[in-house]
Design a protein around this ligand. Structure first.
Ligand code: PHE
Length: 508
């Protein structure tokens, strides 16, 4: 059983809650409509305060289905224009009579004329006389009490006030087209025992408690003579959309933590690169299909090449293998093609720029960054996505080490069911894909590409050690971690805002 402190509750009531509670105490039960009428508050204000009282266990709300009268379209019209019989009656009161022909002149249409005449006749207010073929309507009595009764009923219905069923029945024919019955959800508010006790405390108190401390009340000392409203620290608050990590940023942080735990340093690179750094620098031939505009976004601009010595080595390696023992691609290598600016298609340029700048032996580096490919979008492909790049430089590294690093990395993220498959890259040999068994797609999906860099790729940077490298797909990782079935839901114009705002952080 909860230990309820009545004093505490009463001290937490706001001024409006007090006003509402005092109003509720006047009746055994009450509904929203009655409160709207008695307090002259808007519905939203009532409903807010009722809910607050309900949260404090002061009231209980019961929803009842009740039948109630509402105005029809015609009824609404009557509210603004007046009842036809009222309009005819008012005219006759001033003018005593009117010819049937000219009833329309007072603004009634044919149907309204018929109604007005019919009703006034029934109420014995008018006489209809035939004056040598001209029909004349004459006022007989100036007693409009029956019209007034109808007007009163319509106004009550308009204001949602419950009306006596019998009263409606009495004037059924008149009201027929003006009102109709509707089932409405009526909320009944009942004070609880706690509510009754709280009421006993607050009924004699000043309802005007201090709710907010302002400079005003401090200056004029009024705080000394009033009670402060207590904070209700358990009061439910409306859900707020606070800032939080985008799921991808969250995965980025997890990846960063994992690589840092494995002793890697971070590297960075720009989104716009020359073709030289995106491709040539790592022994991708100039006629490689990935260079095609179908795969690569070119900017139609040219950038600068790095120092001439490096460019010369790259050129020779591509054309004839230079001193690597390889024969290269046996194709003319074109400097202009290497200068083309593009949106990087992978983040491997960061690795090669690091090698160019010079690194120690051994070195372990990683980066997380955006890459761009001119691809058709589908469940597992985006044209803009993120790659997790990494390389390890040391003596005597082999394929086992590469597999070890990747296995270790994925297992730090809780991903165990991976396997390796040989593949081809122009710049690594051997090369391996990492596959993950996706239980939703029920197939092995590629989540990484990796390999040991070839001598032709490393020679321009005078590196004699072994270099392992990989590019992992960040979004594919996010799909696994958050169990996302369509990659477009997390990045791009089709992303699901609801998911981004409300996803649960994974527990690993
Ligand atoms: N750059 C490759 C890709 O985009 C990944 C990779 C990096 C492969 C380094 C081998 C070595 O798929």
């Amino acid at each position: 059983m909860q230990n309820i402190n009545i004093n505490n509750i009463s001290e937490m009531l706001s001024k409006d809650e007090r006003i509402l509670l005092i109003e509720l105490a006047k009746n055994k039960t009450t509904n929203f409509t009655t409160l709207e009428n008695n307090l002259k508050w808007e519905y939203a204000k009532i409903s807010r305060n009722v809910l607050w009282l309900e949260n404090k266990q002061i009231v209980k709300i019961f929803t009842k289905k009740t039948e109630s009268y509402v105005l029809t379209k015609r009824g609404e019209e009557v509210i603004t224009k007046g009842l036809p019989e009222r309009r005819l009656f008012d005219y006759l009161l001033k003018n005593k009579n009117i010819s049937l022909k000219s009833v329309g002149d007072i603004g009634l249409n044919e149907a309204e004329c018929n109604i007005a005449i019919g009703i006034l006749k029934k109420y014995n207010i008018i006489n209809i006389e035939n004056n040598m073929g001209a029909i004349l309507i004459k006022l007989k009595s100036s007693d409009d009490s029956r019209i007034k009764a109808i007007e009163k009923l319509i106004n009550l219905i308009k204001d949602n006030i419950k009306i006596d069923e019998n009263k409606v029945k009495e004037v059924k024919e008149v009201l027929n087209r003006l009102v109709e019955k509707k089932i409405i959800d009526d909320k009944e508010i009942v004070m609880t025992d706690i509510g009754k006790k709280v009421y006993q405390i607050i009924k004699s108190e000043n309802i005007d408690t201090i709710e907010i401390i302002t400079s005003e009340i401090l200056k004029n000392n009024s705080w000394k003579y009033k009670k402060f409203r207590k904070y209700d620290i358990k009061a439910p608050v409306p859900p707020m959309q606070l800032g939080r990590y985008h799921p991808l940023v969250n995965v980025m942080n997890m990846v960063m933590d994992a690589f840092i735990a494995m002793g890697f340093e971070e590297m960075e690179g720009p989104w716009v690169e020359t073709a030289f750094w995106d491709m040539d620098s790592m022994f991708i031939p100039q006629d490689h299909p990935a260079r095609d505009v179908q795969d690569t976004f070119y900017l139609n601009k040219y950038g600068k090449l790095p120092n001439a010595e490096l460019v010369k080595k790259v050129k020779e390696i591509q054309e004839n293998g230079y001193d690597t023992g390889s024969v290269g691609y046996q194709n003319k290598w074109d400097e202009e093609t290497a200068k083309e600016l593009l949106l990087r298609t992978h983040s491997t340029p960061s690795t090669f720029k690091s090698l160019y700048k010079g690194v120690n032996n051994p070195t372990k580096m990683f980066s997380i960054g955006r890459v761009f490919r001119n691809e058709n979008l589908d469940k597992t492909h985006l044209a803009e996505f993120h790659q997790i790049e990494g390389f390890v430089l040391a003596d005597d590294l082999n394929l086992r080490n590469l597999m070890g690093y990747l296995k270790e990395f994925y297992s730090l993220l809780g991903i165990k069911n991976i396997k390796f498959k040989p593949t081809y890259n122009p710049y690594t040999e051997p090369s391996m894909e990492v596959l993950y068994y996706h239980t939703h797609f029920k197939k092995w999906v590629e989540i990484a590409n990796s390999g040991i860099f070839r001598p032709e790729a490393l020679r321009p940077y005078n590196i004699n050690a072994n270099v392992l490298g990989w590019g992992l797909a960040l979004e594919r990782l996010a799909m696994i971690i958050y169990d996302i079935k369509d990659i477009r839901e997390i990045l791009g114009h089709e992303c699901k805002i609801d998911f981004i705002q409300n996803y649960h952080y994974p527990k690993l």
